[in-house]
Write a protein that binds this ligand. Structure first.
Ligand SMILES: O=C(O)CCC(=O)C(=O)O
Length: 277
């Protein structure tokens, strides 16, 4: 087995305290999940793909919508590149996801690279939102691994979280927009929830639950904020009713051919980790 396969297959030890913290607060930031060399390796590979496929190349910042300003988004990299597939399907990350959610197994919902460019004068925040608004999944057991591919300072727009906000249902019907930024910001302030907005060290990875509210500041640095994300769902869950237009778009992209009530299993949703008891 080569070194990369070894690193990606090795278990990251999660403590009972970390599991409780994640379940209480709806997210957790874990240090030393990867080393510098592994990050540099994937940064190079993923950045090449993002450059090749960037759909926003011809639009200036000023011409973009709020969503387009926030990041360049390239999805399903595990279908594009055999090397990135190893990261997306890695047991190391899959087991963390299963441990945090306290489930026996996890499947891929989807993966995406999210590159936040340096903005110059134009703001490119990621507005407040909860991911599961987009997902037709009949479960609370979903989690996103947000993997910065370099050290990410406050100036680069790291992901920031509202602690415990997964327990609130205001703003769950809002897609990422100026309106979600405004309305959710106000509701969270009224609820007095703590806001965690800190940089990420090299190798630090966050995991947030599908209904946890999060945002990111603009990238005011002079470097691109390169990030890979992997979204996991509990193995054995079902497709929910389609409650908005994004549910149908997501079904078409990540659950092809499936309908409400079906098991959320398609060729796009490989099993990543199963606890061998
Ligand atoms: O990277 C960002 O700015 C936003 C990421 C995000 O919302 C997510 O991964 O759920």
């Amino acid at each position: 087995m080569n070194t990369l396969d070894h690193i990606l297959g090795e278990a990251y030890p999660i403590t009972e305290e970390q599991i409780s913290w994640y379940q209480e607060n709806g997210f957790i930031k874990l240090k030393h999940v990867f080393g510098q060399e592994t990050l540099d390796f994937f940064n190079k590979e993923i950045t090449r793909i993002v450059h090749e496929r960037n759909p926003l190349l011809k639009k200036t910042m000023e011409e973009r919508t709020t969503f387009e300003k926030a990041f360049i988004q390239i999805g399903n990299l595990f279908r594009i590149d055999e090397t990135v597939k190893k990261l997306v399907l890695s047991k190391r990350l899959g087991k963390i996801a299963a441990d945090l959610m306290q489930v026996e197994g996890v499947r891929l919902y989807h993966d995406q690279a999210l590159y936040k460019e340096p903005t110059g004068k134009t703001s490119n925040i990621t507005p407040w939102h909860a991911d599961q608004y987009y997902w037709p999944l009949d479960t609370l057991n979903t989690v996103t691994a947000w993997i910065p591919l370099q050290r990410t300072t406050r100036e680069m727009g790291p992901l920031a979280f509202s602690m415990g906000s997964q327990k609130y249902d205001f703003g769950r019907d809002l897609e990422i927009s100026d309106k979600s930024e405004d309305k959710i910001q106000r509701a969270l302030a009224e609820a007095n929830l703590e806001f965690i907005d800190t940089g990420f060290d090299v190798g630090e990875v966050s995991f947030h639950s599908g209904w946890t509210f999060h945002r990111a500041s603009a990238n005011t640095s002079d470097k691109v904020r390169a990030v890979m994300t992997i979204i996991y769902m509990e193995d054995g869950i079902k497709v929910s009713e389609f409650r908005n237009k994004n549910h149908i778009l997501d079904r078409d992209a990540f659950l092809p051919g499936l309908n409400p009530g079906d098991l959320a299993i398609s060729e796009m949703n490989p099993l990543i980790y199963k606890n061998q008891k």
